[in-house]
Design a protein around this ligand. Structure first.
Ligand SMILES: [Mg+2]
Length: 176
């Protein structure tokens, strides 16, 4: 059996609120069901499936995709990476959350810049060749050029996914 260690590794940094859900989704959900909501009901199935599509496209291009949770969901007791992964998989069974960014709150104070947390993760993972950040916020310095900023009104769109693919596969300067 051939092994796949030589596949180029890319990372997707994943925010949740405003990416895998949206104002439009919350509005629609409210018409169908009242709270409380299960964790997977806080995710827009359409947005999760678009993420799965993006993952699949990268996989087909021979890339090894590492999904890294950068959302504050990773820090919330009833969420966290494992619970969030399970919720994602309700909508797209193949998805995994391989890792999460470090929490720098103790070091940098409340609401540390997310770009700093991404930087710290990348330092620890020099094997990652390229990456994109999916987020509705823009506190991603110094990685604005790797940010696909979603609109929180609608969440992760087809255009966002195509943009992420361009950044990971295209001719734009790819390296970190
Ligand atoms: Mg967000």
């Amino acid at each position: 059996m051939t092994h796949l260690r030589s596949r180029p590794r890319v990372a997707l940094f994943l925010d949740v609120d405003g990416v895998l859900n949206s104002h439009a989704f919350v509005l629609e959900r409210g018409k169908r069901k009242r709270p409380p909501y299960e964790l997977h009901e806080r995710l827009d199935p359409g947005a999760v499936r678009r993420l799965a599509w993006l993952h699949e496209q990268l996989d087909r291009k021979g890339l090894e995709v590492v999904c890294v949770l950068s959302s504050t969901w990773r820090l919330v007791a009833d969420r966290g990476r494992e619970a969030t992964e399970a919720a994602l998989r309700v909508h797209a069974p193949g998805l995994r959350l391989h890792d999460e960014t470090p929490d720098l709150e103790e070091e940098l104070g409340p609401e540390p810049p997310r770009g700093e947390e991404v930087a710290r993760w990348l330092e620890a993972h020099p094997e990652v060749e390229r990456f994109v950040i999916l987020d509705d916020h823009d506190d991603l310095a110094p990685y604005e050029h790797r940010l696909v900023q979603t609109a929180r009104a609608v969440g992760l769109s087809d255009d966002d996914c195509r943009r992420a693919l361009e950044l990971l596969l295209g001719t734009a300067p790819a390296h970190r």
